[in-house]
Design a protein around this ligand. Structure first.
Ligand code: GNR
Ligand code: NI
Length: 174
């Protein structure tokens, strides 16, 4: 299986809206397997297709703590049908903003429907870290990053640092 490269901010693709998928076939399952491997390797607890450069409404998640017991979740065309008024705050990170973390407040519970790995329609209710992760990933499908939920001052500081590290990297590669 092959690992994919993760797109790092600032990159205009991360601001684009992803398109729904039409069907679940073996090519799509191969992509989902590769995304899962890329996420585990990173390591991360979630990954949206846009983060590997593909503008499709597709997400992989695994919030299980135990490294031995994997519990992957594949979400195709996910739609949130309910968000609680009660909120919770987590320190979020993003594989596309390496090394940067910030507290983000989001609805504590959400319900969603999606198509699974086998092409079946599913509904689930999520709370805790899973609910936060699902909302973080669905934001990616709409071109939204976790830094869009924090103050402009903090956001601009993080983007400035990421721009600087990209420049440094360009120097080394040249
Ligand atoms: O690995 C990740 N950790 C994380 C922690 C708190 C809230 C959201 C996340 S998702 C992130 C991986 C990622 O960038 N997914 O898009
Ligand atoms: Ni992310």
């Amino acid at each position: 299986m092959s690992k994919r490269n993760i797109v790092i901010e600032p990159d205009p693709i991360l601001r684009k809206k992803s398109e729904p998928l039409e069907e679940v076939n073996n090519d799509l399952r191969k992509l989902m397997d590769e995304m899962l491997e890329t996420m585990y390797e990173a390591p991360g607890i979630g990954l949206a297709a846009v983060q590997v450069g593909i503008l499709k409404r597709l997400i992989v998640i695994d919030v299980s703590k135990d490294k031995e017991k994997k519990d992957p979740l594949f979400l195709i065309n996910p739609e949130i049908t309910f968000k609680s008024n009660k909120t919770s705050t987590y320190e979020e990170g993003c594989l596309s903003l390496p090394g940067h973390f910030a507290e983000v407040e989001r609805p504590a519970e959400c319900h969603l429907n999606f198509v699974d790995y086998n092409g079946n329609k599913k509904d689930i209710k999520a709370n805790g870290l899973l609910a936060t992760c699902i909302q973080h990933e669905i934001d990616h499908l709409d071109g939204i990053l976790f830094i869009d939920h924090i103050s402009k001052l903090k956001r601009d500081m993080i983007i400035k640092k990421l721009k600087k590290s990209k420049k440094e990297l360009d120097k080394v590669i040249l």
